[in-house]
Design a protein around this ligand. Structure first.
Ligand SMILES: [Zn+2]
Length: 366
């Protein structure tokens, strides 16, 4: 080795080390990196919806004993005219919930019933369950909510996974059509939960914070399989109205959702927990809302009143590059769609009034 070459090597090594040290001092956790935006553009934060609205995806587990006036205060402050509580249970518990609502705020809350899947596979299960649902509707339930446990963890009396399109559930979906109540159903979870939890995964942070959300093809089945079970079930029951929760987990692929909604005219969607998917593609999302303005409902899911502002801002404004409230759903900033009043009214309340029975229409403008 020549002396000059050695010198060159040492110089390179020094440079690299210096660079390395420099990089090290600059590196930080993904969770920590949260730069303050320097962008200056008009901002229109909205804490109260432009029109009274119906939240079709809410959970109040304790509605039987709850002081509802606390909820009403928050609802009034944001212009939520009606809250749909999807966690209505069934039987006595449901009856206590609807009684509390009826006594205190009969026109401000709607309760959906839930199915008890215990014993599915036994001879009389379907018949018994349909009867219970009829009773629950008599006692004030205005819809049926199916949790994601169906498809994930519900097992029959032989220990087999009950698929979303299991024939033993057909009588329930048919009964909902006859009773003219909608079925709001959540199936599976975001697709990245099935993918490798590495640097390429958009939900890496969520999987890091909630490792129990990780799925794979055997836990309990491939994502695609679960979604296809749901779609087959929707198509098998064209006389029943279904609301696919969370945009059917296709808010990040509106072309696909478009093709599905075209095939299934009995299906509606709500955007609970996926507003950041819409807010990162405001042009495509607005076109989708224009096309499907009669089949999109307002839903939020988790009851955190201050987070509704993000939803109003995406729907109503044309604001640019504003933050979303949960980094593990979206590490990106989002944009407003600037929907017209006509579409806002449909999404905020008209579509829900069409498919959910017994909502007091006098709470809403024409
Ligand atoms: Zn939910």
């Amino acid at each position: 080795m020549s002396y000059r070459f050695c010198q060159l090597l040492i110089a390179c090594w020094c440079l690299q080390t210096a660079q390395c040290q420099n990089n090290n001092s600059q590196s930080m956790d993904f969770e920590k990196y949260n730069p303050v935006s320097t962008l200056v553009v008009p901002e229109h934060p909205i804490h109260k919806a432009k029109f009274p609205f119906i939240d079709v995806h809410n959970h109040q587990w304790n509605m039987a004993n709850q002081d509802l006036s606390e909820l009403i205060k928050d609802m009034d402050s944001m212009n939520m005219a009606v809250m749909v509580n999807l966690s209505g249970s069934n039987g006595n518990e449901l009856q206590q919930m609807t009684a509390n609502v009826k006594e205190h705020y009969p026109s401000r809350f709607i309760v959906f019933a839930n199915i008890n899947f215990n014993g599915i596979g036994e001879n009389d299960w379907s018949e018994k369950t349909v009867k219970q649902l009829e009773q629950d509707v008599k006692h004030g339930a205005n819809g049926l909510k199916i949790f994601k446990t169906l498809g994930f963890s519900v097992r029959d009396n032989k220990g087999n996974r009950v698929t979303v399109d299991d024939a033993r559930l057909d009588a329930i979906w048919e009964k909902c059509g006859v009773l003219k109540i909608p079925v709001l159903i959540h199936t599976a979870d975001p697709k990245p939960f099935w993918d490798s939890p590495d640097e390429h995964n958009e939900r890496w942070l969520e999987l890091k914070l909630h490792p129990d959300r990780k799925r794979d093809d055997n836990n309990p089945a491939p994502w695609q399989t679960l979604l296809e079970e749901q779609h087959r079930m929707f198509m098998k029951h064209p006389n029943t109205i279904f609301i696919a929760a969370h945009f059917g987990w296709y808010a990040n692929n509106l072309t696909k959702l478009d093709s599905l909604l075209k095939q299934m005219p009995n299906v509606y969607v709500e955007f609970g927990a996926v507003i950041a998917e819409l807010g990162r593609q405001p042009h495509a999302a607005r076109a989708f809302f224009e096309k499907y303005q009669d089949r999109i409902l307002f839903g939020k899911d988790s009851w955190v009143p201050e987070e509704y502002a993000t939803y109003f801002r995406v729907l109503e404004t044309e604001d640019e590059y504003f933050p979303y409230h949960k980094k593990y759903h979206a590490f990106w900033r989002i944009y407003g769609m600037g929907l017209s009043d006509g579409i806002l009214k449909k999404v905020y309340y008209k579509n829900a009034l069409k498919i959910v029975p017994d909502i007091d229409k006098s709470l809403f403008p024409d």
